[in-house]
Design a protein around this ligand. Structure first.
Ligand code: CUA
Length: 321
């Protein structure tokens, strides 16, 4: 999804066009004066150049009329920027009262979100289209910044206090979520997506998936929503974290321990207490999921990781996707 101007991100909130209009106005004024001043500069350099080595310029007398004109015109232009900017600012940061609320906690290096109805998400935010959504945000460690370019809005997420942000998405789709405040080593990896759904689809999502899915398929879903994929790869191919595809049932080299077999117990331990047995060559960057997922969900994750190593025909829990 890309707009027709390559430098402008997708536009998907009620006030994104207002931000764009202001931005183009600022750019236009800047461009106009840059060209005007350059042209006049070049013209004067040529027109009033010194023609003989002993030439003395005529004395210059002040002009109140000229002074007044070039004071008032820039003042009026600056005030239009101030007035317009203030209006857009208040639209963006005055939170409406009738918004649905989502709690957001930033930490190095992930976004944890919880809906008022209890659903938790990591690095993903599902919202309905055409509804006002208010985010109530704080941080567990350092300052982060919640930024959704397509909505043209962002706000700092600060430890020890709550900050808020609101938006109303105007079209369904998946939009980038960035951390826009440098927050340490994996700042650039502190990303996610905002998924805007039709209201009915959103209600279904919110009321939980009650259809019949295998544990492995449910586990795959969890693998995405919990943010595992951001380090272990979408299909478990590995990245900042060890590869999971093909790992189950085999031996792996553990730091300061030696070889261990990747079995259910090891996978479970690595989710609850990731620092206990680190795979050789990887740093202790994985956060614990203790208290964030139930035993059921743990089993689903184990089932998914298991399915990544099974041959399709022999798989006891075939992947539905
Ligand atoms: Cu969090 Cu940058």
């Amino acid at each position: 999804m890309q707009s027709w101007i390559p430098l402008v991100p997708d536009s998907a909130s009620t006030f994104s066009w207002q931000v764009d209009a202001l931005y183009f106005y600022l750019s236009g004024v800047t461009l106009f004066f840059a060209l005007l001043i350059s042209a006049v500069l070049i013209f004067f350099v040529i027109r009033y150049r010194r023609r003989t080595p002993y030439e003395i310029p005529r004395p210059v007398a002040g002009s109140h009329k000229l002074e007044t004109v070039w004071t008032i015109i820039p003042f009026v232009i600056a005030m239009t920027m101030f007035g317009w900017g203030a209006r857009v600012y208040f639209t963006q940061y005055k939170t409406p009262a009738d918004a649905i609320e989502v709690y957001v906690v930033g930490k190095q290096w992930m976004w944890k979100l919880q809906h008022a109805t209890g659903q938790r998400e990591i690095n993903q935010l599902h919202v309905p289209v055409g509804r006002k959504v208010k985010l109530i945000m704080t941080s567990e460690d350092v300052i982060h910044d919640f930024f959704v370019p397509a909505f043209r809005t962002k706000a700092d997420v600060v430890p020890g206090k709550y900050t808020t942000l609101w938006f109303e998405a105007t079209k369904p789709g998946t939009y980038h979520l960035f951390c826009a405040e440098y927050c340490g080593m994996n700042h650039s990896g502190m990303i996610g997506s905002v998924i805007v759904m039709e209201p009915r689809e959103f209600d279904n999502w919110l009321s939980g998936n009650t259809s019949n899915v295998t544990p492995a398929a449910a586990g795959e879903q969890l693998f995405q929503t919990l943010g595992c994929a951001s380090c272990h790869g979408t299909k478990g191919e590995g990245g900042r974290g060890p590869a999971l595809a093909g790992a189950f049932g085999k031996e792996t080299e553990i730091q300061n321990v030696g070889k261990v077999v990747v079995n259910e117990a090891y996978v479970r331990e690595s989710i609850i207490n990731p620092q206990a047995k680190l795979v050789l060559g990887f740093g202790p960057i994985m956060p614990t999921f203790q208290g964030q997922i139930s035993e059921d969900q743990l089993m689903q994750l184990v089932a998914f990781i298991k399915s990544l190593s099974a041959s399709p025909a022999a798989s006891p829990t075939p992947n539905q996707k």
